[in-house]
Design a protein around this ligand. Structure first.
Ligand code: ASN
Ligand code: ZN
Length: 333
């Protein structure tokens, strides 16, 4: 059915100039990524159901970087899906969200003034709103990676989306959102440990979440406590996001790619970072091998220690850094 796998070019609002996997059908190019199992990207035209219309183009040059060009959102979300697919494949050998080689699909321009984006396991699809006034689309790379990683979590640990397991589910999406940014390393979206820093959802330039010190958003927790399970999952993710930052970069003040971070520890004991490449391997192995639907923060500590022992050796420096990072968010000692 693919007449030809093509490589188009596009200009997104957030991703800049990017290559796009496209398919030539007759004399029309379709936003169907033949290099990645035929992932399709649709324009919902402000509708809220079905698939709307497939994005198509005459010359395989897509979008212009402005929000008023309908294709621009298609460019960003198609690229986000491709980058997320490539990340899981390149780094973990994972063949698609369910590791079965099947592509999801993406829907842009959902509804009116819809200030969210979401993954849906039922349709096995991604959906993106255009935000406030239909002029602030939620189509950045970390948003795509966050949402699609909900599909990976559902296909692996299956972390229940409430209580502490819900916070770990949300954190897993934030962790891989950051990891996809670092893997992709786009000039237009320089990698960082913030979530949603491009989409200006708050209207004042601040990101949705900060991983070095999650409480900077005014709501997220920095540390585990016995009340964490009663906090909204987008805030009980804070301690695990903080753990991942500490494990990657270490505690204290540090500048990464021009962004200044200052990550505190609960116990006052410094944490030495192991680098994001190793930290993401520990989290992924813990998620896909040891965590279950009911894993809580204590269980996640055990899972990551087992993962670190498998990958780097029990009581290796990396294993001990994992233990130190959990202690730094008040889990274990
Ligand atoms: N964007 C939200 C999230 O990924 C959608 C939701 O509420 N599940 O968490
Ligand atoms: Zn989420």
């Amino acid at each position: 059915q693919y007449q030809g796998i093509e490589t188009g070019t596009g200009t997104g609002q957030f991703n800049g100039s990017v290559p796009l996997g496209t398919t030539l059908s007759g004399s029309t190019y379709q936003l169907v990524d033949g290099d990645r199992a035929g992932h399709r990207t649709y324009d919902l035209n402000q509708g809220t159901s079905g698939t709307g219309t497939l994005f198509t183009d005459d010359n395989d040059v897509w979008g212009d970087g402005t929000q008023s060009n309908r294709q621009t959102a298609g460019v960003d979300v198609a690229f986000g899906a491709a980058a997320t697919w490539d990340y899981y494949k390149d780094v973990f050998g994972r063949n698609g969200i369910r590791n079965d080689g099947v592509a999801a699909y993406s829907r842009a321009h959902y509804g009116n003034n819809y200030v969210n984006a979401f993954w849906d396991d039922t349709c096995f699809c991604m959906t993106y709103g255009d935000g406030s006034g239909n002029t602030h689309p939620l189509t950045a790379l970390d948003v795509a990676a966050h949402e699609m990683s909900h599909g990976v979590t559902a296909a692996t640990a299956g972390l229940t989306y409430s209580g502490e397991s819900g916070g770990l589910n949300e954190a897993t999406s934030d962790i891989f959102a950051a990891a996809v940014e670092f893997h992709e390393n786009l000039p237009a979206d320089v990698p960082d440990y913030m979530v949603g820093e491009k989409i200006d959802i708050n209207g004042n330039g601040t990101p949705l979440r900060y991983m070095d010190k999650p409480s900077k958003d005014g709501a997220s927790r920095d540390y585990w406590s016995s009340t964490l399970g009663s906090v909204d999952v987008h805030y009980s993710s804070g301690p695990a996001n903080h753990l991942f930052y500490l494990l990657s970069e270490g505690s204290g003040a540090k500048t990464v790619n021009g962004v200044a971070y200052d990550s505190p520890t609960y116990d006052g004991v410094p944490v030495a970072g192991i680098g994001i490449d190793n930290a993401q391997k520990v989290w992924y192995r813990a998620l896909s091998t040891y965590m279950t639907s009911s894993t809580n923060y204590a269980g996640a500590r055990t899972a990551t220690l087992q993962a670190a022992a498998d990958l780097f050796g029990a009581y290796s420096p990396t294993y001990l850094a994992v233990a130190d990072a959990w202690a730094a968010i008040n889990v274990g000692s």
